[in-house]
Design a protein around this ligand. Structure first.
Ligand SMILES: O=P(O)(O)OC[C@H]1O[C@](O)(COP(=O)(O)O)[C@@H](O)[C@@H]1O
Ligand SMILES: [Mg+2]
Ligand SMILES: [Mg+2]
Length: 337
């Protein structure tokens, strides 16, 4: 069987499809190498001394796990010299990280959630890394990048992807020409294309939501989940199944594989009115991937990829997955307004 590696796929996207520049190709390869290193650390668990929490908190006031910080360092270090970057931004860093002493200035910006699903680290459940690539606006002018340069809507993403550290380590990637899944061949150390042209089935009978927040949800979300729970005899006319892993990467990966709807909606708590997930390095890359796989993503009203960010770490409600169900939730919101 002919094996296509990530490198071969990217070269083909560069030369034949002109979907990526040589710089983006190298950048993705660098990120994918960092993900291999993170996956390696994850797999060592207690033997590598990587489990548990630190004393520190990140910018969102969340206690940092050792692996949050280690993964952030691995990504920073790999990309400091390996890519054509002007700057990086991360869930774990308050401000942007400029690439020092580069001339000409790098053309791209990299954003990442170095370790997604932190609550699952110590219990040996799938976790991941999410990343997004943007152009650095005005890079030709030679001026230093600032935080405002990152505040671009998700439609401008040049590439997005995630690595999932589960029973298999996989990298799922889009450069705007569909979604490709690569599995890490640990013996060879290479990412092998195992899931070409991933598409999400339009219809589904599976939902993913943290039900413990039900009492805080807005009415349209409650209506949708009530309809799902009503099953065959209810308005949707079918029995639904539910899954919640509590790692966005793993939940979205399941949806890409077998369809479904994923929701972390904004809710009526003061702390929930803007949602929980982060727009720039969780919602945007995942929405780009989901749309490229034929699905849809909105925040309850607006398409996520059209949202104009105002701050680097802003949160947003997320509804994504199989088109028909995602559109149904949007309709429920419209009918309620
Ligand atoms: O614990 P909850 O409220 O169900 O939240 C789970 C969600 O939080 C997250 O873990 C947040 O990501 P981080 O671990 O990167 O902070 C998502 O991956 C997941 O969808
Ligand atoms: Mg996350
Ligand atoms: Mg994280």
């Amino acid at each position: 069987m002919k094996r296509t590696t990530l490198t071969q796929y990217l070269v083909e996207q560069q030369r034949e499809e002109q979907a990526v520049s040589a710089e983006v190709r190298l950048l993705i390869e660098t990120v994918s190498r960092a993900c291999k290193a993170i996956g390696h650390a994850v797999s060592k668990g207690a033997l590598g001394g990587v489990l548990g929490s630190l004393e520190s908190e990140n910018v969102q006031g969340e206690v940092q796990k050792k692996l949050d910080v280690l993964s952030n360092e691995i990504l920073l270090e790999a990309n400091e010299w390996g890519g054509h970057l002007a700057a990086m931004a991360s869930e774990e860093m308050e401000t942007i990280h400029r690439i020092p002493n580069r001339y000409p200035k790098g053309e791209y910006l990299l954003l990442f959630d170095p370790l997604d699903g932190s609550s699952n680290i110590d219990v040996n459940v799938s976790i991941g890394t999410i990343f997004s690539v943007l152009h650095a606006p005005h890079h030709a002018s030679g001026r230093d990048v600032d935080e405002d340069d990152f505040l671009q809507p998700g439609v401008r993403q040049v590439a997005a992807g995630y690595a999932v550290y589960g029973p298999q380590t996989m990298l799922v990637l889009t450069v705007g020409t569909g979604v490709m899944g690569f599995t890490l061949d640990r013996e060879m150390g290479s990412w092998v294309l195992t899931d070409p042209n991933i598409t999400i089935p339009e219809q589904t009978a599976e939902f993913a939501i943290n039900m413990s927040n039900m009492r805080h949800w807005e009415a349209p979300v409650k209506r949708y989940i009530d309809d799902c729970l009503a099953g065959k005899g209810g308005p949707l006319g079918k029995d639904y199944n539910m899954r919640w892993i509590a790692s966005m990467v793993a939940d979205v990966h399941r949806i890409l594989t077998r369809g479904g709807i994923f929701m972390y909606p904004r809710d009526e708590r003061p702390s929930g009115k803007n949602g929980k997930l982060r727009l720039m390095y969780e919602a945007n890359p995942m929405s780009f991937i989901v749309e490229q796989a034929g699905g849809a993503a909105h925040d309850g009203s607006q398409r996520i990829l059209d949202v104009q960010p105002t701050t680097l770490h802003q949160r947003i409600g997320v509804v994504l997955g199989s088109k028909e169900e995602v559109e149904r939730v949007r309709r429920y919101h419209t009918e309620a307004s």
